[in-house]
Design a protein around this ligand. Sequence first.
Ligand SMILES: Cc1cc2nc3c(=O)[nH]c(=O)nc-3n(C[C@H](O)[C@H](O)[C@H](O)COP(=O)(O)OP(=O)(O)OC[C@H]3O[C@@H](n4cnc5c(N)ncnc54)[C@H](O)[C@@H]3O)c2cc1C
Length: 486
Amino acid sequence: MLPKPTRRTALKGAAAAAVVVGFDPVGRAWAVRGSSGPFDEVPPLDGTLLTDDASRDAAADDYGHIVHRRPAAVLRPGSVDDVVAMVRYCRKRDISVAPRGQGHATFGQAQVKGGLVIDTATLDHIGAVKNGRVTAGAGVRWSTLAQATLEHGLTPPVFTDYLELSVGGTLSVGGIGGQTHQYGAQVDTVTELQVVTGAGEFVRCSRQRHRELFDAVRAGLGQCAIVVGATLRLVTAPERVRHYLLPYDDLHTFLEDQRRLVEDRRFAYVEGQVQADDTGAFRVYVLEATAYGPPAGPEPDDEVLLSGLRHDPSGVTAEDLDYYAFIDRLGPVVEQLKEAGLWDYSHPWLNLLLPGDEAERLAGNILAGLTPADVGPAGVVLIYPLQREELCTPLLRMPHDPVPYLLAVLRTCPPEDQETIDRLLAANRVAYEDARDCGGKQYPVGSIPFDRADWRDHFGALWPFLRSARHRYDPDGILVPGQGIF
Ligand SMILES: Cc1cc2nc3c(=O)[nH]c(=O)nc-3n(C[C@H](O)[C@H](O)[C@H](O)COP(=O)(O)OP(=O)(O)OC[C@H]3O[C@@H](n4cnc5c(N)ncnc54)[C@H](O)[C@@H]3O)c2cc1C
């Protein structure tokens, strides 16, 4: 269970719009003078409701720096009860609500104009590690969670490349990483969710209890409920890993070898990058593969692990790393980007899931047209295969192919360069349509202009399921308008 601090009410920053004159015990609300805003009768809270400009401006931005929608208030919940109380409050008044984890969406997905943003960072409780499981508040970052479980020699099985994302934020999209071919996405490792529905009800759901809600929330883009906590399956953590970078000079061999590795599962982790050569052409392919050592696997043996692969043997690098240093290897890079001011660039990201049998053609077309300017000074291009049989979460939409490929063109450009942002968004749309026409999907963490018809197409056969779950669990349709689905 998540902690419940002593009950106390705070309304901060309201002075600009209103004066709090006291608590009305009969109406159980703060009496406010001089406000015509939507939050003039908030219920008693354990946490804080912020209406000051700085808090609202911060919630009107995200890692993309492309979309800006200003909420009327930001809730820092002091308890799950606060989330319940404010969802009920907003529901009565037809105010939209969006939970926000670490704000690393790129296209306004956690923003809500004139509504309430719930900053989940205060839902940061981590429960005991017991029976190979742990329960974490939605606002816990994966870095903190990993450090806590590693004290017990255990680890969540799947990580995103960057660990400073919230548990609730990645479970609402899926959470894909180099271990996905072995364990599915992060949503596939959840055994129970604790949620507050759009109707303002606290519910525990799992495969056994409230299955429909469980399936509607995992990778459900926040459309039916707010995740307040999650119970996750853990696996034995290795102490050290061997991390290989294997260069290739042609896309076909690179993709084939990647596929071979996810099929024979000799590595715990498989990803890959495409880099520009000296002429600016994206045709340097680097397969990234990691073997886990004891107690999660045998001592890594180069001969066994690399046998049959067709990389350029002269350019191989192999590095033995402490497990946490491996999963957090982007951490130091991010610090450098922050120091260089590049972390604050715009991120008009393109994230696609390609059918395996079309991956070479579709990725080849995108890469052939790509220039360093389309990726920007801090951008990266990733491509790696997944195993469809491990991906069991219905709303995490995948191409119908046993080995789909994730292609991520993680673009960066100066936030004031609107012309380039518009050009890259248009290019994202074109790439999406090409992929879609061959059975591809978007992985919805990026910046692809999408309308309601696109969403219906995206969910396909599961659209009636999502629509009916939305109707049932968020009957007034107040949750997460920034996704643009309903
Ligand atoms: C540097 C970087 C690297 C990344 N690498 C990967 C990767 O390797 N693999 C991968 O899969 N993704 C990756 N992502 C994408 C990331 O997983 C998603 O953008 C994720 O949603 C961000 O989490 P957040 O806590 O910042 O969520 P936010 O941006 O705050 O929210 C994202 C969406 O989820 C909703 N949401 C947030 N919290 C909750 C909640 N508690 N309940 C219900 N809905 C909620 C929001 O309303 C919003 O719609 C990366 C992102 C960045 C910036």
